[in-house]
Design a protein around this ligand. Structure first.
Ligand SMILES: [Zn+2]
Length: 342
């Protein structure tokens, strides 16, 4: 039997969006799912075909590969109707991995294990309600940009986003009496702009994700809403630089402070600290313990590390030259003796 084109299987166009593909898949899966058609081998085969198509097209990378190479680029899924339960035996290949769960999750018969499929069908097919049961809303995604200080110390910010909510007119049923609901045109949901307050945990990293439960799209037929996943971008600070849980910054000192030692003010993210630098300080990195980033995972706090920069006066005067010459005579050994030759 010749393999059908995946887009054709799902009944979508080549340029279909992720949402369109998901929608088509859900519609077909509801109709063809083995729990709905027990013992019907033709439907089982169709369902498997739909599942396989969706597995590829839902994944941007696999979809690209399929668009370029077609079916040839990947191994076929094995389907053995004679095996117990008519399950999918098949080669376990990452490309053809069945099921929406994490790679390597096993799949036998029609038992869904975790992952998206579990979410998707858990409500649909697990309970009495079957294809009309409650359904969890889709997760949404957003991005926020926060200042460095807020990322380190934590805080709150807000994000405005368009969000599908349950239609206030028909309460999600899509109908008002016998008519299609005029507010949502039967969708059961309306898109609204909502401002969501987001708590930034202490120690948030650039590129990190914050999950806000229940702030995704509204569920269907009484199902819970999806979650909101917010990606955090941290604006770099002009002075402080984060490396792991430590924060780095440079502190200029005068020649005399460096030479004689001094007590200086060192700015840290937690406020200015008084610190002693020892006599003969050159360009070392010095450390203020516990003045870095508190890591929410380990509960430990990094250090503030500051590099001493010796500042030299710009004005060159006879007195300055005398003083500098005197200082020069005090070096115990050539200052560049450890540099590589050549
Ligand atoms: Zn409505």
């Amino acid at each position: 039997m010749k393999k059908r084109d995946y887009y054709e299987v799902l009944g979508v166009s080549k340029g279909a969006s992720e949402a369109e593909i998901k929608k088509a898949y859900r519609r077909l899966a509801r109709k063809l799912h083995p729990d709905v058609n027990p013992g019907d081998k033709t439907t089982q085969k169709k369902f498997q075909e739909v599942q396989e198509a969706y597995d590829i097209l839902r994944d941007a990378e696999k979809r690209r590969a399929y668009d370029r190479f077609g079916h040839a680029g990947r191994p076929m899924m094995g389907f053995d109707p004679s095996s117990p339960g008519g399950g999918f035996g098949g080669q376990a290949s990452s490309a053809g991995g069945f099921g929406g769960g994490p790679e390597g999750s096993s799949f036998e018969g029609f038992q869904f294990e975790g992952g998206d499929l579990g979410d998707l069908f858990g409500n649909l097919f697990g309970g009495r309600a079957r294809s009309t049961g409650p359904e969890k809303g889709e997760d949404s995604r957003g991005t926020i940009e926060i200042p460095f200080r807020e990322a380190v110390l934590g805080g709150t910010t807000s994000l405005s986003l368009r969000r599908d909510r349950e239609c206030p007119r028909c309460h999600g049923s899509g109908r008002v009496g016998k008519e299609v609901c005029p507010t949502c045109q039967g969708r059961g949901r309306t898109a609204e702009v909502e401002t969501v307050r987001i708590k930034i945990p202490e120690g948030t990293e650039d590129g990190g994700t914050i999950r806000i439960p229940g702030k995704g799209s509204a569920g269907a037929r009484g199902g819970p809403p999806g979650d909101l996943y917010v990606t955090v971008r941290v604006t770099p600070d002009p002075y402080f630089e984060r490396r792991g849980d430590d924060i780095h910054g440079a502190v200029p000192v005068t020649v005399k402070e460096a030479y004689a030692g001094a007590e200086i003010d060192v700015p840290t993210i937690h406020g200015t600290m008084r610190a002693r630098i020892p006599p003969g300080t050159r360009g070392q990195k010095l450390r203020l313990r516990g003045k870095g980033v508190r890591n929410p995972r380990t509960g430990q706090t990094g250090d503030h590390i500051y590099t001493i920069r010796v500042a030299v006066p710009k004005a060159v005067t006879p007195a300055g030259l005398d003083a500098a010459t005197l200082l020069d005579s005090l070096y115990e050994e050539p200052v560049r003796k450890d540099l590589p030759r050549n």
